[in-house]
Ligand binder design. Structure first.
Ligand SMILES: [Zn+2]
Length: 474
């Protein structure tokens, strides 16, 4: 039973308010996923981790079966085409693209799993919805929000930002201001420099789909591909409906991506909202500087976990996740080796206990309900970790609370043989202690320690007898 209500900061209203779902039986959330042309860097890990926490909190409140979390895969994009041409010049473009997107998508899934994040309920791929995107573009032409024009790169279907009276509401940008400050030359074929692509013509060597557009009585056959923004508008509607509860992503997506998603969806559907609540995570810097591949200040998730590129050693996905959640999601993060060390020091103090379905501590829940205050939640979990050995109930509360964030340490799986060997040694040591053979007992303890086994001595509360439990060092 969850006490208290979930408060979320809504970028659209610029304040923190109670989250009230449209339908409690089906709480719907869309988060922009990766464009699969390159391995995800740790900046990309942040939205994955942040919205995993929100997904878990929503599930805790409304029930496992009453939340639909959609995160897309953008597998059609000019960056992907460029990468395909670079890496597989000998292959036909479509095959080369498939190679790039398959490999990158698989790595992304592996990364997300290693971070201990749940998979979304639905993971649509843009290429599966291209015809629906073309239909939405035509619908926007029909309703007077879009037009066909010929630019330098071929014909395009463009969204007319001036046709939408409140365009710019999410990012708080007014069209007049944009015009006044505009340094970019208006491309001749655009009615306004802010007009953006819904569909663009492909050259013979680029991937393209056949589509026909009717604009002002004229039919245009444009073999082409969708713009990035319309991909999300269509995939969100296909799975969550025209208006849904939460839309999330990184701060850098507010403009133009999310602004344009809103423009397309609201104008196509005749609604004044696309999503009721918009959540954005803050930026990430690496060692005090902007992450940049060309400067060498750059690390991918998989490099961090499997190589010694960052701080001269490997880091676990769980430690990376914990390090990320030690900053509130809306604050900028300065990610560093020091921060990972701090997170690991905390992580190592958390016991390996199985979550048998205990209740999450109210202190942890209260923190998360307050706009996902993971900083306070982790502090509360750390306090619970320190008390976990006191009673079964305390251990169960700790386990349930850590598990809510997907941060419950799991004991290394060890073979039955190794386990019985350890048990034998532990029993032998207890015998030594009973016989006051301290030297021999210490020797066994040291031997076990060298095997990564930590011993904890205690007393049986009923009999008062000495008991020893053990766990594998993490
Ligand atoms: Zn998107």
């Amino acid at each position: 039973m969850i006490m208290g209500s979930l408060q979320l900061y809504n970028t659209l209203t610029r304040n923190k308010s109670e989250f009230v779902p449209i339908d409690e039986q089906n709480v719907r959330m869309y988060v922009c996923g990766p464009t699969v042309y390159d391995f995800a860097h740790i900046g990309n890990a942040r939205p994955v981790i942040v919205f995993d926490v929100l997904n878990r909190v929503l599930r805790a409140i409304y029930g496992e079966k009453h939340v639909t979390y959609v995160r897309n895969i953008t597998d059609v994009d000019d960056k992907i085409n460029a990468r395909a041409l670079r890496d597989f010049p000998q292959l036909p473009l479509n095959e080369a693209i498939a190679k790039v997107t398959e490999k990158t998508t698989k790595q992304y899934h592996d990364d997300v799993q290693a971070l201990g994040c749940l998979a979304p309920d639905i993971e649509p791929r843009a290429t599966e919805y291209v015809m629906a995107m073309a239909e939405m573009a035509q619908d926007l032409i029909n309703k007077g929000f879009a037009y066909v024009a010929k630019g330098a790169q071929g014909r395009e279907v463009l969204f007319s930002v001036e046709s939408m009276p409140n365009y710019g509401a999410l990012s708080n940008r007014k069209l007049e201001d944009q015009k006044a400050g505009a340094r970019i030359a208006v491309e001749d074929h655009k009615r306004n420099s802010g007009d953006f692509v819904l569909w663009k013509e492909s050259s013979a060597s680029e991937p393209g789909w056949d589509a026909e557009y009717l604009d002002e009585g004229e039919t245009h056959h444009i073999k082409g591909r969708p713009g990035w923004h319309i991909e999300c508008s269509v995939m969100a509607r296909e799975h969550l409906g025209e208006v849904f509860d939460i839309h999330g992503g990184g701060l850098d997506l507010i403009f133009p991506h999310h602004e344009n998603e809103i423009a397309q969806s609201c104008c196509a559907h005749g609604e004044d909202k696309m999503a009721h609540t918009w959540l954005h995570n803050g930026f990430l810097q690496l060692e005090g500087r902007k992450m940049s591949k060309s400067d060498g200040n750059f690390v991918t998730i998989t490099e961090l976990m499997t190589t010694d590129k960052f701080g001269g050693r490997k880091w676990s996905g769980q430690v990376l996740k914990l390090a990320m959640l030690m900053t509130h999601y809306r604050e900028p993060i300065d990610f560093s080796v020091k921060r990972l060390e701090e997170a690991e020091a905390i992580w190592k103090k958390w016991p390996t206990v199985e979550n048998k379905g205990g209740a999450v501590a109210q202190s942890v829940m209260d923190a998360l309900l307050d706009d996902l205050n993971t900083v306070n939640a982790i502090q509360a979990i750390h306090t619970l970790a320190g008390k976990a050995h006191e009673s079964d109930e305390a251990a169960a509360t700790f386990a349930a609370s850590a598990d809510l964030l997907g941060l419950l340490p799991v004991a290394e799986a060890i073979s039955d043989d190794a386990s019985s060997d350890i048990e034998t040694k532990v029993a032998l040591r207890l015998e030594c202690l009973a016989n006051k053979d301290w030297g021999q007992a210490d020797q066994i303890r040291d031997e076990l320690k060298s095997m990564g086994v930590l011993l904890k001595d205690g007393k049986d509360p009923d009999t008062g007898e000495r008991v020893t439990t053990w766990e594998m060092e993490r």
